[in-house]
Design a protein around this ligand. Structure first.
Ligand code: FAD
Length: 293
């Protein structure tokens, strides 16, 4: 048997992944599992390794494009209560990687702890946020990290801190791990002041990004001292349609799903953008979204 007997009933097969992503695009997962606790997660990782199955860790799916053909392997989502707990230790917040950013921001506000407000409106989990060092308005989550608890893909626990942690613009050195929890350093502040900051950031976001169509946020990383959206706009690509996907007229670094977009529609718009931008500006745009195939 491929999976441990104790877990086999909880492992689903042929699950449509589109609904688990903000883009609403993607085929089926061969296997799909939401572990109830750390032990189950460790067990399944050992089995996946023995069976030679690829493992994909899914957060809120707000930064990924999944292939129309689906994924061979096991998709794991850390959704259960055990992976979403948060607590406060002085000026530190310790939270499970599956917690949504808005829940984490709200928890910290209630504890009169400030520092996470700039993330307001980013639709991800703490795990996805740490993996890609998500940020906005000149700040990024990596600046707040004190410690991270991870598992390697054999299921072994590890504590990462200090120089073991590296964060740069929209990247981290956490790729070979599954993030389980993180300890973040915040600052004491009155909850009313924190609430005002959150509202300010939400408003700023609404002014620049609000969209009724499904998307995955910025498609490309900003090149050094420039903005990918500006370059795409100057290439005249705003509003460009391919199948069910369209380059946003509002924010050129967003690709929108008009309803029935396929991953290939998005990929060919990405290819077009990269070709036009390199031809005109000699700038190689690097994808910010993760492409799973
Ligand atoms: C409308 C919109 C606006 C956005 N605005 C911003 C923005 O301003 N700034 C910004 O930085 N991003 C932004 N994003 C992108 C996205 O929300 C962030 O990157 C977010 O942090 C991703 O988290 P997630 O849980 O959705 O990750 P997912 O998309 O599920 O996964 C992203 C990557 O993280 C990995 N991952 C997720 N959880 C774990 C874990 N526990 N352990 C190991 N790996 C894990 C996945 O394997 C994958 O490689 C935006 C997206 C949308 C749709």
């Amino acid at each position: 048997m491929l999976w441990p007997k104790s877990l086999s009933k909880e492992i689903k097969t042929k699950i449509n992944l589109a609904g688990y992503t903000s883009f609403k695009i993607g085929g089926q997962a061969e296997y799909f599992f939401e572990p109830k606790n750390l032990k189950s997660l460790q067990k399944i990782l050992v089995s996946a390794k023995q069976a030679g199955k690829r493992v994909f860790i899914l957060g809120a799916g707000s930064n990924i494009l999944i292939s129309d053909a689906g994924l061979d392997g096991l998709v794991i989502r850390l959704k259960s209560e055990d992976f979403r707990k948060s607590s406060c230790q002085g000026n530190y917040v310790v939270a499970g990687s599956g917690i949504k950013l808005n829940a984490l921001i709200s928890f910290s506000r209630k504890k009169n702890l400030s520092g996470l407000e700039f993330l307001a409106g980013i639709p991800g989990t703490l795990g996805g946020c740490l993996m890609g060092n998500a940020g906005a308005w000149g700040k990024a989550i990596g600046e707040l990290v004190k410690q991270i608890g991870v598992l390697d893909y054999s299921g072994k626990l590890k504590l990462l801190q200090g120089k073991q942690l590296k964060f740069a613009y929209r990247k981290s050195n956490l790729n070979k791990y599954i993030i389980i929890w993180a300890k973040l350093k915040l600052l004491p502040e009155n909850k009313k002041v924190i609430a005002a900051k959150i509202n300010k950031y939400l408003l700023q976001r609404k002014e620049t990004q609000s969209n009724s169509l499904s998307n995955a946020g910025c498609i490309f990383k900003n090149p050094d001292k420039d903005s990918a959206g500006r370059l795409i706009d100057l290439c005249g690509l705003k509003g460009k349609i391919n199948g069910g996907a369209v380059i946003s007229k509002r924010h050129a670094n967003f690709i929108l799903n008009t309803g029935k977009a396929k991953s290939r529609d998005v990929l060919s718009l990405m290819d077009l953008i990269q070709k036009k931008v390199i031809a005109r500006f000699k700038v190689n745009l690097e994808p910010e979204i993760k492409i799973w195939k």
